[in-house]
Design a binder for this molecule. Structure first.
Ligand code: GRF
Length: 204
C-alpha cells in the first residue's frame, strides 16, 4: 500500500480524481494527509469532509500552520511514501525537497520543458500556450527538484488544441487529461513499475 500526502492550494479536482481512483480500487494507495498553504480552499473542504488528515504549512510563523521541518517529521512518523503536488501554488524549500529525494511528484498543465518555470502556473500556462498559437498542449507528471518544473519527466500526454478558441477551453481539455494521467502514474508507483534507466524514467 502506497501512503500518499497530497499538496493542494485551490479547487482540488486532481485530489478528487486520485481519491476516487483509490476508492474504485484502481490504485493500491491511501491518502494519509492533505497539505495546503490555504486554509479555506475547496480542496481542504473536500479533505475534511472525507476524514483525511489536513495540515497547513508555511515558512512563516502563523497560527494554525506548521513549518516544513514539522511537516517532515510528521511524514516520517506517518510513513509517507510519496508526496504529490496537485495544484500546490507555493515553492517547497530546498531542504524539504532534498529530504524526500525522488519522492515528490508534480502535475504540470503543459508539455514540459515548454511552458514551465517560475510564474508558469494555472491559467498563466494556458494563456501562454494560446498566445503562441500552439496546436498541441497536454499535461506532464514529473519528479520535483530544486528548479521549477525541471525534474525528470515521468509521464506526459498530449491533446489536440488546434480547434480551440480560448485559454479556458485549453484548460478544460488539459484538465481532463490530468485526471487520467496522475492516477495512472500513482497506480504504477504503487505497483513498483517505475524504473530509472540511463537517466530516463521507464514505466512497465
Ligand atoms: C491543475 O491544472 C494542475 O496541473 C496545476 O494546478 C491545477 C490544479 O487544479 N498545477 P486542481 O486544484 O487539481 O483542480
Amino acid at each position: 500500500m502506497l501512503n500518499l500526502a497530497i499538496f493542494v492550494s485551490g479547487r482540488g479536482s486532481n485530489l478528487i480524481s486520485i481519491f476516487n481512483a483509490i476508492k474504485r480500487k484502481e490504485i493500491n494507495a491511501s491518502v494519509k494527509a492533505v497539505v495546503s498553504n490555504k486554509i479555506n480552499c475547496p480542496a481542504i473542504k473536500f479533505a475534511l469532509k472525507n476524514q483525511i488528515k489536513v495540515f497547513f504549512v508555511s515558512e512563516k510563523e502563523k497560527k494554525e500552520f506548521i513549518n516544513f521541518e514539522q511537516l517532515k517529521n510528521q511524514f516520517l512518523s506517518d510513513k509517507i511514501d510519496l508526496i504529490v503536488l496537485a495544484g500546490f501554488m507555493k515553492k517547497i524549500p530546498a531542504e524539504f525537497v532534498e529530504q524526500f529525494d525522488n519522492k515528490i511528484i508534480n502535475i504540470h498543465p503543459a508539455l514540459l520543458p515548454s511552458f514551465g518555470g517560475e510564474g508558469m502556473f494555472g491559467m498563466n500556462v494556458h494563456k501562454a500556450v494560446f498566445n503562441k498559437s500552439c496546436k498541441v498542449s497536454g499535461a506532464t507528471v514529473h519528479f520535483v527538484n530544486n528548479k521549477y518544473d525541471e525534474g525528470m519527466i515521468i509521464f506526459q500526454k498530449a491533446v489536440d488544441i488546434s480547434g480551440l478558441s480560448s485559454p479556458e477551453e485549453i484548460a478544460k481539455k488539459v484538465l481532463r487529461i490530468e485526471h487520467k494521467i496522475l492516477p495512472f502514474v500513482l497506480k504504477k508507483f504503487a505497483e513498483h513499475k517505475l524504473r530509472e534507466v540511463n537517466n530516463r524514467i521507464i514505466i512497465e
